[in-house]
Ligand binder design. Sequence first.
Ligand code: TGC
Ligand code: FAD
Length: 397
Amino acid sequence: MTKHSVRPGSVTVDPRDFLAVDALLDDEERLIRDTVRQFVGDRILPGIADWFEEGIFPIELAKEMGSLGLLGMHLDGYGCAGTSNVAYGLACTELEAGDSGTRSFVSVQGSLCMFPIRAFGSEEQKQEWLPQMAAGEAIGCFGLTEADAGSDPSSMRTTARRDGGDWVINGSKMWITNGSVSQLAIVWAKTDEGVRGFIVPRDTKGFTVNDIHQKLSLRASVTSELVLDDVRLPADAVLPEVVGMRGPLSCLNEARFGIMYGAIGAARACYEAALDYAGERMMFDKPIASFQLIQRQLVEMLVKVNRGMLVAMHVGRMKDAGTLDPSHISFGKLDNVRMALEVAREARSVLGANGITLEYPVIRHMNNLESVLTYEGTNEIHTLILGNKITGIPAFG
Ligand code: TGC
Ligand code: FAD
């Protein structure tokens, strides 16, 4: 066996891909990553500071994302791109390097709305909705959380009862991404049989949507309340193939997987902003990158970003190989999001006063990551999922 000796200078080390993760990707994964990176550079980064300040999500980008194949990209058939899970993850990394709101949009559309239709819908539901959702012509939102049922969604109060051949839904959902820009909502409600999912078209009588304002996080993303007041739906509005909390929790696996990858993008953007800034910013007649304490901060960020990517790649390969347990995704979501938040805070301090403005991406990512830490299962909930897995003792309640 040939053993390679390690000689300084014999290998080029890229500060922006320190562990050469690029070499772990196949050609298709690399192409998808580069395509999404270019889309983010051309279409997201030039406008994002203003969208964030104004509190708007540029919904006109939906069709562009559809034509790039980003919506429901890891699903098969019905107009979806059918990529690997790793490719989907890499796309999330690039989208979130732009803004968590952009990745959120794609997560909700593909993982939380198209996935349940693909996995649990009837053939008619798949034919009706998936092609137009993949194209970005119909936008979905996912209503699970309620004002008093967040970490414990099984305590939801929204109900659906049968009335003749119809279903009648009453209740409300809170903190719903894409709410007012959507044409359909996947709403989870309690029935006599257990929790079930419903496709609720936006124009259904009794269904209203109110946007949530004064957010200081995920400002370039729409967050809404859904109100369902005697919403009457035909029998075929229910997702026929799932009953119970397994339905919504299966969707969360998909979206949490995307967040595990996505958070690395936000962290990477912060690390790179700090690295560039430290090389240029002069203080005491030297670039601040020459100070030991600043180098330590940069290195802490470097290590965290690269470690997060290795975790994501490993979990991603396991998902593609079919050897994944949902608790592996909890591991990745828990560690990568808290890592990203630590990196963002560290980068913010390297940028000094400039770190608090939207001229640089850092404080925007930092504020966004506060939501990412909370949604799709808080840090504490993922800790408890992992604690349950390794001890066999549930400690949720
Ligand atoms: P539990 O009693 O353990 O199980 C109930 C049923 O569900 C099954 N199950 C799962 N199925 C698939 N995937 C998983 N990860 C699953 N976990 C559990 C389980 O086998 C059982 O099935 P069955 O057939 O035997 O009935 O579950 P629980 O109700 O006690 O839940 C436990 C807990 C706390 C882990 C869960 O409620 C949880 O994850 N809470 C966090 C809530 C959350 O993450 N909400 C996210 C809302 S959506 C969102 O935030 C979107 S942000 C979008 C964006 O902008 O990106
Ligand atoms: P709570 O559950 O009230 O938690 C408050 C605190 O208590 C947290 O620190 C939590 O970790 C802790 N805690 C709770 N239970 C325990 C326990 N057993 N042990 C220890 N600590 C505990 N939901 C959707 O359904 N669809 C969406 O599209 C969606 N988009 C969102 C977008 C944004 C911007 C945000 C902020 C949220 C979104 N959510 C969405 C809601 C999100 O999933 C919930 O906010 C999240 O699940 C937490 O619920 P909560 O906010 O009610 O917090």
